[in-house]
Design a protein around this ligand. Structure first.
Ligand code: BTN
Length: 321
């Protein structure tokens, strides 16, 4: 933990005023250094009461996805052990991808308050208004064959659905391959991008968009009829760092399972949660439309569709129920 987060921790634990002397003593720094940290915190948007006689008191915390705030709710582990926070960015996936190419370690995560070029699946745009939602990209370096990388998408939707069910008490449903819905509307999506080399995966970037505090007025018109957010579902606003910290911990748990028990285990959990078996589905695969009965999820993440007695394997597309 760096000194700035330590100062913040002391302010929070004090609950009221705490003297500069006390903090300086605990950190082993001068009182001037403590004063500088307070100024730095103010620049980050924290509201600090400063009194000559009494010291410092934390009055307000900004609604920002700072790494040290997310860390308060993360249960340790590699995923999110380093968090890069951006106020505004083209896309957290683009940034994380560049970082990964430059050798950034597994677990490093990029979060942003807004994205100008938020990317969705199949070349779509991801609506990314400022300060409302979670836009998160995590670098993973699994030692796996590229053919089984696809179920990593499921890790993310499982982690998201656990997070929002636990947190907001909503019921999440999973839609192949990567959507999380609430009452039939999309609340989260995942875009995985990867770099491979012959028979191995160099790295994967999991990009997660989760709509938290966004209202209909923050949404691009084209998604208003089909998207939702935790706020819209529950009429409550949520502390985004908390949601993000829990999401990272859930992601870690499923990633551990994936590494320990393999892609099949993740596909099985996803298949069961999505209750996909036996459902009649219509899938649009790049303009080609297939209708049939879902037989399940293959080990590589593909959906198996029975159409007139034969089984068709589909790896990309959009499902319509
Ligand atoms: C989809 O459902 O189409 C996938 C949406 C993925 C959006 C997230 S937001 C964080 C990360 N950065 C991006 O540009 N996209 C992903």
């Amino acid at each position: 933990m760096d000194n700035l987060s330590e100062v913040l921790r002391h302010l929070r634990e004090a609950g009221g005023f705490i003297s500069g002397d006390h903090i300086a003593g605990r950190l082993g720094v001068s009182r001037t250094a403590v004063w500088k940290y307070m100024n730095q915190l103010e620049r980050y948007g924290y509201d600090i009461d400063k009194s000559k006689g009494k010291g410092y008191r934390l009055v307000g915390t900004p609604d920002r996805l700072y790494g040290w705030e997310i860390d308060r709710y993360r249960s340790g582990g590699r995923i999110g052990s380093k968090i890069v926070h951006k106020e505004s960015i083209d896309s957290t996936n683009i940034f994380a991808f560049k970082q990964a190419l430059a050798g950034e370690a597994e677990g490093t995560s990029v979060v942003a308050e807004s994205q100008d070029l938020g990317k969705g699946r199949l070349g779509r745009k991801w609506s990314s208004p400022m300060g409302k939602n979670i836009y998160l990209s995590v670098i993973l370096r699994p030692s796996i064959h590229p053919s089984i990388v696809y179920p990593i998408t499921f890790l993310s939707s499982l982690a998201v659905s656990d997070t929002i069910e636990g947190f907001a008490g909503v019921t999440a449903t999973l839609k192949w391959p990567n959507d999380v819905l609430v009452r039939g509307r999309k609340i989260s999506g995942t875009l995985i991008e990867l770099s491979t080399e012959a028979d191995m995966v160099r790295f994967v970037v999991i990009g997660i968009g989760l709509n938290v505090n966004m209202g209909p007025e923050d949404m691009d018109r084209e998604i208003r009829a089909t998207a939702t957010s935790l706020f819209m579902e529950t009429k409550k606003t949520y502390e985004r760092p908390r949601v993000c910290g829990i999401l990272l911990s859930n992601l870690e748990r499923y990633y551990d399972l994936f590494k320990r028990e393999g892609a099949r285990a993740i596909c099985d959990i996803w298949e069961e949660r999505a209750r996909i078996r036996g459902k009649h589905l219509t899938i649009n695969q790049m303009g080609e439309v297939f209708s049939g009965t879902a037989k399940g999820i293959d080990r590589d993440g593909a959906i198996l569709l029975e159409i007139g007695g034969t089984t068709k394997k589909i790896l990309a597309g959009d499902v319509n129920f």
